[in-house]
Design a protein around this ligand. Sequence first.
Ligand SMILES: *[C@@H]1O[C@H](CO)[C@@H](O)[C@H](O)[C@H]1NC(C)=O
Ligand SMILES: *[C@@H]1O[C@H](CO)[C@@H](O)[C@H](O)[C@H]1NC(C)=O
Ligand SMILES: *[C@@H]1O[C@H](CO)[C@@H](O)[C@H](O)[C@H]1NC(C)=O
Length: 261
Amino acid sequence: MIKHCLCTVLVLMYCVSYCDGQVFSFRNYETASTEPPLPFPACRADNIECLRRGLRTFFFLMDSRHLGMTPVDPLILNSVAVSVPEEQMSFLLRKVNVTGARWTKLIDRKFHVNNGKNSVRFKSDLHVIGEMIMTLAGRSDPFVSLITIDINDVESNITYAWTGQRGYDNEDYILIGQERVAVRNTRTPSFFLQPTFNETNTDTEGGTQDSYMMERILLSKSAILDHLANEVTVALMHTVVDNFRLFANQIAVKNYYIYNS
Ligand SMILES: *[C@@H]1O[C@H](CO)[C@@H](O)[C@H](O)[C@H]1NC(C)=O
Ligand SMILES: *[C@@H]1O[C@H](CO)[C@@H](O)[C@H](O)[C@H]1NC(C)=O
Ligand SMILES: *[C@@H]1O[C@H](CO)[C@@H](O)[C@H](O)[C@H]1NC(C)=O
């Protein structure tokens, strides 16, 4: 009896450390064949409504780190930089926290564009917070401020090549090649600056001054914000495609596409 209990506990522990998907590989699915491997049905590749529903679930799977995927909402980026050499200015956005990715919408999906590549178009609304550092030529101290950026209706056009591969389990898997991400902002992002002063840094005057200067420059040169927003969106989409790649390596294609093999 005790032995039986111990055994159950061990199986449960195994399940806790493995079943949350951190180290899943397709071999685990073979042994657990009674469970459907995905919480969404397979779609015909041209059924856009079905793909849209699948994508929604897929974003939740990423955020739960299923199959070792990287969460994208929130997505934390170390830094994003933009420089304007002709104005001798540079901007560094640090400790970037991007939210909203999980509500990304699939606009369309095309096969055989540009020599047989695939293209996927997404639309997202993203909310970005971070610490902005602006450096101007001829001034040794950079300007620092907290910034909030709202990126609305940003479109990402992702193209990549793919090939099919028969796995050791005799199932078909998709290998996703290097992607190219093109981003188009349909609207100029809006922003809000907040001076960085706190308990340790009580220089409220300096903080307010920095935010004021930065605001003037960002308002007069909206291309800077556009650029930063594009860089953030591109970084996000590369992470999303890396997740697709990880997913497609581990889940047989029959589980998410209906196709004739
Ligand atoms: C990122 O921002 C979201 C929403 O503002 C917040 O809930 C989350 O804790 C933040 N994550 C980090 C690591 O700062
Ligand atoms: C997306 O990008 C690809 C490759 O650059 C291009 O061929 C395709 O026309 C673009 N699609 C849209 C809808 O802009
Ligand atoms: C206070 O602000 C300074 C300068 O911006 C920063 O280095 C420090 O980490 C901040 N401290 C807290 C508790 O946020």
